[in-house]
Design a protein around this ligand. Structure first.
Ligand SMILES: Cc1ncc(COP(=O)(O)O)c(C=O)c1O
Length: 433
């Protein structure tokens, strides 16, 4: 490293410490965010170093991140993309690839998912001309059950795509078993659950494909970013092709002849020997991320276990602090799981003398940030009212979530002072009724 660069990076480190916001916490005055990135000097230095090197497209850090993250997630391949939503789009779109031959999904096929969650878990189903089949979720885990999924399998069902709700694993081993027995693909939306375990095994390692988000609210951040992971090499090739314009070639940017057959292909009705770099076997996208994002992802990945521990600790402290408070339905980990929590979910009992709105307003006035469980019952959202879908069973709990549920933060930037103020505030509010 040149002296000039070393000097600049040292100054960046100093600047980071200078810029760091005051850690003093004044209850009711200081904001308690529901989520946020925890960024340290090493993160800022990594980002600036990538910028100094002008690594403005995907390059060495991206490849390094993919290989390290795949190892962490115990998957053979990871493909870095520009968001968790893009990761979901790629994972779902991969299942329609002609390369899958008879197993390929076709428009009109059904994909089982849940009604209460984040929209871009469901959108790729619709964007690919497939039909979402919605099932309800449970109130304390905010996940659906293997039983509900089993009941939803019909003659047109070809896949299951479900998110681990706010870090809490769904019954993924049992769902993977249902998928296997019915020849269905399983996509785990692991965007909110990096580090969560089910039966001692990492979520994201049960399905055919899994997705992750690196938006600042998530377990690791790159600002914007996401990842598709799989251990199926055929699916990995398809994901890469769809991410990279749909091309057939798998050379890295700047590379030219990785397969040693660059001018020896004849595909489609192209002339023999057409340059493989410009042969397209999918109707693809460009969803790549940059090395600036990957450089940040690498320093964040060094801290993933600490982040998970802090999330668990904050969740547990909130859970203990709120035990026994009347009128609140408190969250529970799915049986057999050890979640790396994304948030602490509370449902105001529908029979309570107050509504969610009143509790949320009280907390927000005390600067305690709250969030809804994303879209609530998606079928009630304006964008989905006329979208094709099938509902199996009723969506009673999804409706309760729409009206009575919210979550507060557990992210690693929160301290005991924060969580204690959160619990005492909720207790103060409920005591007033
Ligand atoms: C479950 C789930 N899936 C997908 C996404 C989308 O991720 P991104 O914001 O990176 O597009 C989110 C975002 O929070 C999410 O919670």
């Amino acid at each position: 490293m040149s002296d000039t660069k070393a000097r600049i990076l040292e100054q960046v480190r100093e600047y980071h410490l200078e810029k760091e916001p005051s850690r003093e916490f004044v209850p009711g005055v200081s904001e308690i965010w529901p989520s946020g990135a925890v960024l340290e000097p090493a993160d800022r230095v990594a980002l600036v170093e990538a910028a100094l090197d002008m690594r403005i497209a995907a390059g060495t850090s991206s490849r390094k991140f993919e290989s390290r993250f795949a190892r962490y997630m115990k998957r053979r391949k990871a493909h870095l993309v520009n968001s968790g939503s893009s990761a979901n789009l790629l994972a779902m779109s991969a299942l329609l690839s002609p390369h899958l031959e008879d197993r390929r999904l076709k428009p009109g096929d059904e994909v089982i998912t849940v009604a209460a969650g984040f929209p871009t878990t469901v959108n790729p189903i619709l964007q690919n001309g497939l039909v979402p089949v919605f099932v309800d979720v449970e109130l304390r885990t905010y996940n659906t059950t293997a039983e509900r999924i089993k009941a939803a399998v019909g003659p047109k069902t070809r896949a299951i795509m479900v998110a681990h709700a706010l870090g809490n694993p769904f019954e993924v081993a049992e769902v993977a078993q249902i998928a296997e027995e019915n020849d269905l693909f399983l996509i785990e939306d692991n965007c909110d659950a990096v580090g969560s375990l089910y039966n001692g095994q990492l979520t994201g390692t049960f399905g055919d494909l899994t997705t992750v988000s690196f938006y600042p609210a998530h377990h690791l951040t790159m600002g914007e970013g996401g990842c598709v992971l799989t251990s199926n090499l055929a699916l990995a090739r398809i994901v890469e092709s769809l991410r990279d314009w749909g091309r057939d070639c798998w050379c890295e940017p700047g590379e030219s002849d990785r397969c040693f057959k660059r001018f020896q292909y004849q595909l489609g009705t192209l002339p023999a020997g057409y340059d493989h770099k410009y042969i397209y076997s999918h109707i693809g996208y460009n969803l790549k991320a940059t090395d600036l994002q990957a450089a940040l992802g690498l320093t964040q990945l060094d801290k993933v276990d600490d982040f998970t521990a802090a999330r668990r600790r904050n969740w547990q402290r909130l859970r203990e602090g709120l035990e026994g408070v009347p009128h609140l339905i408190l969250p529970e980990a799915t049986l057999g799981s050890e979640p790396s929590w994304f948030g602490f979910v509370i449902t105001v009992d529908p029979d309570a003398p107050f509504r969610r709105k009143e509790l949320v307003n009280f907390l927000e006035e005390r600067k305690i940030g709250t969030r809804n469980l994303f879209a609530g019952n998606l079928t009630r959202q304006p964008a989905y009212v006329d979208a094709p879908h099938r509902i199996v069973g009723d969506l009673t709990n999804s409706d309760i979530i729409t009206e009575q549920t919210f979550w507060i933060g557990v992210y690693p930037g929160l301290t005991d002072e924060h969580t204690d103020f959160m619990t005492s505030s909720i207790r103060d509010f409920v005591a007033g009724w």
